[in-house]
Design a protein around this ligand. Structure first.
Ligand code: ADP
Ligand code: ASP
Ligand code: MG
Length: 416
């Protein structure tokens, strides 16, 4: 007998038939004698609809009310899944964020789960009651994506946050494994929706998955990977619709024998670029630019400053999330007198493409293959950034798919 967490994403619970199907997958585990906690997302499209309503009423809405609205999708599926389970004779009960309780920070819209309780640690997330019910043979159906802030108001964990709910619940319950069921049968070398030749990975190292997720691979939320890594939760990604399919296991780097230079390719269209022209090339200018952005809570990603031809004036380009472009421009323009630039331009028609692999550390020339491949396709690189196990480039959004496919072939990732 094992204690397991099964998480089902939006497409897996998109309608009543699919919820019935999910119930049969849960029943199968229960019939094997396992204790099961299920974590569900909102029905596919539901969260987008709710977010759309909030934004339409007021772009400057209160984030606490955003959470009240947006968290409701998961409440519906938690209840429906518990009902579907009961209908096939499985003892089940739904649990909302506040009932567990899953305590989070007060950062509404993108709250962090506070330290997870594992025996003897801080009183924060200790689903004691759920554990007792599991021991009595009851299935817990947990509403993903939601928690409760210190002031008792409902919070949400950022888009894709049900993955993090699932891993956190698994850590807190000290579950034997956390199975993330979704609409693909594992983590692929790149998004299989844009590269049909993408291959499923049997295993992927936590570090690589962390980069893949944070660089745009939607299959797992970045924080879920962090949580799994810190709390040593065995996580698998599996298909809801093809029960026999292989899946992908997240593992330690040392468990990967063959370390290819590039394991996967990620892309993100959520990018925007801002360029400040003819700023003065002297100490304090970067601080004058990025100070107001930090104060406005804007995350800056890539940054490039040109060499100044005359030693006095230069240009600086940075990228941020496309949704934050308006606020970023406003923050810079408000600080214009202190920064002192001649002109400012922005471009929301850009995308970031990244190659990721722990093998990169040992293989020289990996970045060069990327640059050559893109140049052969006539794709201009606007900004580059690197870390030990990834290289990212900013390109025009028009060429994302072409770039990802070309790189996938160039690094020998294409499947049969
Ligand atoms: P869920 O609703 O189950 O949480 P998501 O839509 O959040 O599912 O994530 C699954 C999707 O992630 C897939 O349908 C796929 O298009 C996308 N995806 C992006 N990159 C990858 C990748 N490297 N491997 C697998 N899926 C990926
Ligand atoms: N329903 C939420 C979203 O669409 C959370 C999730 O699906 O993980 O972002
Ligand atoms: Mg998801």
């Amino acid at each position: 007998m094992a204690k397991i967490v099964m998480k089902f994403g939006g497409t897996s619970v998109a309608d009543l038939d699919r919820i019935r199907h999910v119930a049969t997958l849960v029943k199968r585990e229960v019939d094997l004698g396992n204790q099961v906690a299920v974590v569900v997302s909102a029905m596919a499209g539901e969260t987008n609809k709710l977010v759309g309503w909030v934004r339409e009423l007021s772009p400057l809405h209160d984030a606490r009310e955003y959470d009240v609205v947006v968290a409701s999708g998961e409440q519906v599926t938690a209840g429906l899944t518990a009902i579907a389970l009961a209908a096939i004779g499985v003892n089940a009960r739904s649990w909302l964020g506040w009932q567990m309780p899953l305590k989070t920070s007060a950062m509404h819209g993108a709250a962090r789960i506070e330290a997870i309780e594992v025996e003897g640690m801080i009183e924060s997330f200790k689903p004691k009651l759920i554990n007792e019910r599991l021991e009595q043979g009851q299935v817990a159906v947990v509403a993903g994506f939601q928690g409760v802030a210190p002031d008792n108001r409902i919070t949400t964990l950022g888009r894709g946050g049900s993955d993090t709910s699932a891993v956190a619940v698994a850590a807190a319950l000290q579950a034997d494994r956390c199975d993330i069921y979704t609409d693909v049968d594992g983590v692929y070398t790149t998004d299989p929706r844009i590269v049909p030749k993408a291959r499923r990975l049997e295993k992927i190292a936590f570090e690589e998955m962390l980069e893949m997720a944070s660089l745009g691979a939607k299959v797992l939320q970045t924080r879920s990977v962090e949580t799994a890594m810190v709390h040593r939760v065995p996580v698998r990604v599996l298909s809801t619709f093809d029960a026999g399919a292989g899946g992908t296991l997240l593992c330690d780097e040392d468990d990967i024998v063959e370390k290819k230079p590039v394991t996967g390719i990620a892309y993100s269209r959520d990018e925007a670029k801002i360029t400040l022209h003819r700023i003065s090339d002297q100490p304090g200018v970067a601080a004058a630019i990025f100070g107001p952005l930090a104060d406005a809570g804007i995350n800056v990603d890539m940054i490039v400053q040109n060499v100044s031809p005359d030693g006095r004036r230069t240009d600086l380009t940075f990228t941020c999330n496309r949704n934050e472009l308006g606020r970023a421009m406003a923050a810079i323009e408000a600080a214009a007198p202190t920064i002192g630039y001649k002109d400012i331009t922005s471009d929301a028609h850009v995308a970031k493409v990244s190659i990721i692999g722990i093998g990169m550390r040992a293989h020289p020339g990996v970045a060069q293959t990327m640059f050559r491949t893109l140049s052969e396709k006539g794709i201009n690189i606007q900004v580059i950034s690197t870390s030990e196990i990834k290289v990212s480039v900013l390109i025009s959004e028009d060429y994302v798919e072409l770039a990802v496919r070309a790189l996938h072939s160039a690094y020998d990732l294409d499947g049969p």
